[in-house]
Design a protein around this ligand. Sequence first.
Ligand SMILES: [Cu+2]
Length: 107
Amino acid sequence: MKNLLIAALFGVISTSVLAGESTFEISIKDHMFSPAELTIPAGERVKLIISNDDASPEEFEGEDFDIEKVIPGNSKGTVFVGPFEPGRYEFVGEFHEATAKGALIVE
Ligand SMILES: [Cu+2]
């Protein structure tokens, strides 16, 4: 019983550590990212909440990392990125690549 309790507590702790990963928000408006450059910590898995404030769908796509996620108009999408080495990692909104450009600055 005691071991079960410890295991249960441990489960709660590891879940909360996962839930505690850094979260950052990016928005899309007029087919542009804001902020266009986002600084995130190196060596960590990071949660990005992408809010598409345009009426049309957008696809968040990493140029320098392997993520693709379509976000319908006027809604939010969540992706997990990293852990990355320090550097600059570009991404685009693939449906409006001419204007929807951004980068993660990993420090
Ligand atoms: Cu794509």
